[in-house]
Design a binder for this molecule. Structure first.
Ligand SMILES: [Zn+2]
Length: 111
């Protein structure tokens, strides 16, 4: 999937640079200036898309159902009072979920 994205991303950037260069040449700018600007634009766009790609982390696959454990844990949000029951978790002592930007506190202990 990542390979597909990079192969699509490249031609778009090259296309933008080529079209921009052609427009600049038609507008009468010197060819050396156009070449330098085109290379600079390509590098800036590549770095920009690489940084954006780094932010877009794919969500990890959940483990197969056989590895999940049935649990019965209740968590409570100390800030707003909401309660949540967790029924299935990857481990018997999973990380508490977050609510109101804070970790929720355990209400029922792990049996
Ligand atoms: Zn809350």
């Amino acid at each position: 999937m990542l390979d597909r994205l990079t192969t699509i991303r490249h031609p778009v950037i090259v296309g933008v640079c080529v079209l921009g260069s052609a427009a600049a040449l038609l507008a009468g700018f010197p060819i050396l200036n156009v070449a330098v600007a085109s290379v600079a634009a390509y590098l800036i766009l590549r770095v920009g898309t690489m940084m954006l790609g780094g932010l877009a982390r794919p969500v990890p696959e959940p483990p197969p159902p056989g590895e999940l454990r049935k649990v019965k844990i209740t968590y409570r949000c100390d800030i707003c009072g909401a309660e949540v029951r967790m029924t299935v978790a990857p481990t018997e002592e999973p990380e508490p979920p977050r609510h109101c930007q804070e970790d929720m506190t355990l209400v029922t202990p792990v049996e």
